[in-house]
Design a protein around this ligand. Structure first.
Ligand SMILES: C[S@@+](CC[C@H](N)C(=O)[O-])C[C@H]1O[C@@H](n2cnc3c(N)ncnc32)[C@H](O)[C@@H]1O
Length: 351
């Protein structure tokens, strides 16, 4: 049987035992988690993957790529993330986590920039690039040989910066977050509907920002009259949660910022759900993920509650809402985006 990259990584992690670490972001194949022996160490920036890994008996930590600076690991493996700043941050942090002679394994398809990332990892670690094709992916191996790290420019990945604004309200963001360097026009279109929605039905007593990112929609809702403690914001991404918490603190929003997989584990029902759902997972389009957000919104609304969803025009929002909400009305549209007001949730029971 021909070796593939994920299988090679799995075997290397098994061989490294407690001195191995899988770094799992949204591009990590779920089958890899299922193929690892219980007790294997996994660090993920995604709450949904942490839950999946825990269910497989793996030893999980949830953080924004905060690898330990313990210099004692033999192996770190990661399917290459989408953002260059994240990859470079990971390479820098991996050097501090690995023992001398330890190896960083990165893998991914040609379109992920894996060859460039492999070269950069080798130059940071002070060795020669080692990249080979295994199945449809490429595997890059960098060995910690040099005594010093030739640190890569990761655009200060860890630092949240006051880069954007909602009106006079400054918003902290950083590379890797959705719409991090420019307010997403879809989110802005949704926010522009809030004054009309609040005028018609009053500001919501309880509001859920589903897939909150750095909290743009929550800040907008607060700016238009939602109470400081009315908001619960949730996301699966550790960096998004940190940024959202920072923006809540900056604007006196006392609401909760909760990690979840599509609001799983949030038992409360809300008057209003605001959502700009993802329709990509890593490098791939994922309509089922988008559909889950519609179902999650319905499950988390009071019977008289409403949801506002903004989607790209290519997303069949009305079809995704069908069977989940009794009413789905398009209330705004641009050539690229559409906002739907969803009412009459047909709730699946909360788990
Ligand atoms: C299109 S972005 C919208 C972000 C933010 N609401 C805004 O308007 O700027 C979608 C968000 O959903 C989050 N997300 C993706 N999968 C998720 C899941 N399974 N559970 C919760 N959040 C998820 C992403 O991390 C991302 O922050």
């Amino acid at each position: 049987m021909r070796a593939d990259a994920a299988g090679t990584v799995r075997d290397a992690l098994i061989a490294a035992g407690a001195r191995g670490l899988l770094v799992a972001d949204e591009n990590c194949p779920p089958a890899l988690l299922a193929g690892l022996p219980p007790g294997t160490r996994v660090l993920s920036n995604r709450w949904d993957l942490c839950v999946a890994a825990r269910d497989c008996g793996l030893e999980v930590s949830f953080s924004d790529f905060a690898l330990p600076a313990t210099a004692d690991l033999e192996l770190i493996a990661c399917r290459v993330p989408k953002e260059r700043a994240v990859v470079r941050h990971l390479i820098n942090r991996a050097w501090h986590a690995l023992a001398p002679g330890g190896r960083l394994l990165l893998w991914g398809g040609k379109h992920t920039g894996i060859k460039t990332h492999g070269k950069e990892a080798a130059s940071a670690f002070g060795g020669a690039p080692e990249v080979r094709k295994l199945g449809t992916d490429y595997l890059a191996v960098a060995t910690r040989t040099g005594a010093t790290l030739h640190s890569l420019d990761d655009a200060d990945y860890e630092v949240l910066r006051p880069l954007l604004a909602y009106g006079a309200r400054v918003l902290f963001t950083k590379p890797g977050l959705f719409g991090w360097d420019q307010i997403d026009p879809g989110s802005a279109l949704l926010a522009a509907q809030l004054p009309g929605i609040f005028a018609a039905g009053g500001a919501p007593a309880r509001l859920l920002d589903l897939g909150c990112g750095y909290g743009y929609l929550s800040v907008a809702a607060h700016a238009h009259g939602a109470d400081a403690d009315a908001v619960t914001a949730t996301d699966t991404c550790a960096a998004a949660l940190l940024a959202c918490a920072k923006n809540f603190a900056a604007h006196g929003i006392a609401g909760e910022v909760v990690p979840s997989d599509c609001a799983d584990g949030i038992a409360e029902h809300f008057d209003l759900v605001l959502c700009n759902p993802p329709f990509h997972r890593g490098f791939a389009a994922d309509q089922e993920l988008c559909a889950r957000f519609f179902r999650a919104a319905a499950s988390h609304l009071h019977r008289a509650g409403r949801a506002l969803f903004v989607t790209h025009r290519v997303v069949p929002a009305a079809a995704l809402a069908q069977g989940v909400f009794r009413s789905c009305e398009q209330i705004a549209a641009t050539p690229s985006f559409q906002v739907h007001l969803l009412q009459g949730p047909r709730r699946a029971p909360l788990t």
